[in-house]
Design a protein around this ligand. Sequence first.
Ligand code: PHE
Length: 458
Amino acid sequence: MEGEYIPREHWGSRTAFIMAAGGSAIGLGNIWKFPYITGVYGGAAFVMWYLFSILMIGLPVMLIEYAIGRRTQRSPVGAFKALAPGTFYWLIGAMGVLAGFIILSYYSVIAGWTLAYIFKALFGGFAGFHSPEVARQAFEAYATHPIRPLLTHAVFMFLVILIVYQGVKKGIERWNSILMPLLAVIVIVLAVRGITLKGVEAHLSALNGLKFLFAPDFTKLTGNGMLVAMGHAFFTLSLGMGAMLTYGSYLSERENLIKSALWVIVMDTAFALLAGVAIFTTVFALGFQPGSGPGLIFNVLPAIFAVMPGGGIMGVLFFLLLSIAALTSAISLLEVVTAYFVEQRGWVRHRAAVVWGIAIFLLGVPPALSFGVLGNIKLLGMTLFDLFDYLSFKYMLPLGGLFMVLFTIIRWKPVSLLQELRKGGSALRISNGAALALLIVSALFVAITFIAGLFGKN
Ligand code: PHE
């Protein structure tokens, strides 16, 4: 490997790493996207396909990211430079840094909305929401406002910068180990509350929510639904842009990468399912219609919290859940950008976190305003917000993942991957040839996700 040895911060323990990686994975994607796509594309049938996609796409890409990160002790750009000096593979890392900028800029806008809604819930702001329609109008007044969403976007970015500024151990590790257990408690409380809700009319029950979420319906699992699951595997596990690679680069050789990856995947999936249970039992018990994305979160649920017994506190908890989940994901995005400037450009961490955090805030201003005053600006038929979302979710993450798998097959070689995975006491019994075959199959799946995504409507 080229380059001099740079003393590097390391996670304090395996649990700390799993909390941080789990914190990155568990985010807005789990709470407002997964439950909905599960309900729409066939419940348990979709979940089964999703688990299969996680196995074929998520697990291999995650292992590759961890392994490259730990092997090189570098964040994406430096990692590819170290493993393939004198080539252009570092561009994979550069695309990841760029994706970090783009994703965080609009992610923080939504996270800002969730922050605002904690306070709305706290101060009884949902009281007048007699229907989702009333809630929708209030939400629109807020989201289209020329200043208010910018303020909450700024507050959220401030928190993200603050944590990344404090460094890997004192910032990222410390905050994740406080926030992740809290997150688990909140989602369990909400799910239990949802399941125990009585239907407000005789024909309504929380059970219908569980049916919506879990009853397998293979007729609903369309080709498009299958693609949605495969694309979601990247987003929900924070793969394809180097966040996991960067977190892996703070690992020592003692850790078992395979075990850690499985933990993160199980946590992420369990969390998504629990969030789905919490949301849909509540929606169905109270006789509302399940909507999707922002509509479900900011229109339907606030109207529910307005009428449901104990809705005040549940509303606060729910938006706290969203904000915390978003925060622990956002710090991994800013960390990718920060680590790049620290390692490759010789910046000090404090300055990198602040300067680029502010730059990301500024980049988020146009998409934040694209619900209101900048709503008329359309590129490729999309508002700026949709464009940012589309670009990163549909193109950058799957493409980044595809390049990482191909890099491992062509340049780094499966044997080096296996060598790295065998450290930390893992008795991985698999031949080089078999690993190669598995990687090729996985590359095919990732390629399908990317190419079909170019034409599909997911
Ligand atoms: N995994 C996060 C979520 O589910 C989003 C994310 C994507 C975070 C890519 C980091 C990198 O919300």
